[in-house]
Design a protein around this ligand. Structure first.
Ligand code: PEP
Length: 272
């Protein structure tokens, strides 16, 4: 899609940043399921240029299988993680170059399940963003607070701690703050996979805090152009109310993205 079509679509959608709807399938779905998902999208998506972007993050074993169809459907194909090193003795890991070679165009970085169960630090997450962009991948940088951090009133400190290595890397020129190569996803850990969604007001407040941090450190131009998605138990029933908050530029959806019907209903719930 041309830049003019992208800008036109964003304006028609009534937003200042282009909406992005992302599906994180985690360690779910078999080959027949991913084929059926893509069949359904091919059937339902309009041929006309869309007013929003779509991103699918399957298990890495399906990247190659999905690559051609994602190109045909103009979908971003996203790895769920990449290793910061270019290659080497990292059993079970996937490098950014391997993900790109298999057809990925984006990768998640710093999902809370990786930060938690794989002990990824803020610095490691940032190194993954650098590695991804070096291989031409976009990075969907995930961050968010735990419940004890929210209850202890530490949300702003947590956001700064998680964001600052990324901001430093942008200042140093190691990460490009280009919305075609970088987006953020605010995912409060207490809302992921728990059925407990942030209220639209709380999500909007958090997004505003994140954008304020970007503005303070990087200036208004970069802060205004980067998308911030919301993630955490988004489903068809709550998508419309969340979407009314213009601070939210789209959703990163886990459980409700496993079924193409409910993923499409979330997008339709936002008026598309
Ligand atoms: C996620 O894993 O990124 C996520 C938001 O999951 P869920 O929608 O299931 O809470």
């Amino acid at each position: 899609m041309s830049d003019t079509d992208r800008e036109k679509g964003t304006a028609e959608a009534g937003r200042s940043r282009r909406p992005l709807f992302a599906a994180n399938w985690k360690m779910n779905l078999l080959s027949r399921d991913v084929d059926a998902f893509l069949d359904r999208l091919a059937h339902e998506l309009e041929a006309a240029p869309r007013q929003y972007d779509l991103l699918l993050a399957p298990s890495p074993v399906w990247l190659d299988r999905m690559a051609q169809r994602c190109r045909d459907l103009d979908l971003r194909l996203c790895a769920q993680d990449v290793h910061p090193a270019a290659s080497g003795a990292h059993t079970g890991d996937v490098s950014a170059q391997q993900a790109a070679d298999a057809g990925a165009t984006w990768t998640l970085c710093g999902h809370s399940e990786r930060r938690g169960s794989h002990h990824e630090t803020d610095e490691v997450v940032c190194a993954k963003v650098v590695a991804a962009q070096e291989q031409g991948l976009g990075a969907l940088f995930c961050l968010g607070e735990t419940l004890p951090e929210r209850e202890d009133d530490q949300v702003e400190e947590v956001f700064s701690r998680q964001l600052d290595p990324l901001i430093d890397a942008i200042e140093e020129g190691a990460v490009q703050p280009d919305p075609l190569r970088l987006a953020l996803a605010y995912e409060p850990v207490w809302a992921i996979g728990t059925g407990r969604t942030a209220t639209p007001e709380l999500a909007a407040q958090s997004h505003a805090l994140l954008r304020a941090r970007l503005r303070t450190r990087l200036g208004p131009e970069i802060a205004e152009r980067l998308q911030i998605l919301y993630g955490g138990s988004v489903k068809p029933a709550n998508a419309g109310a969340l979407w009314r908050e213009h601070e939210l530029d789209g959703f990163l959806v886990g459980g409700a993205s496993l079924d193409p019907g409910s993923f499409l209903d979330i997008i339709r719930g936002c008026g598309f």
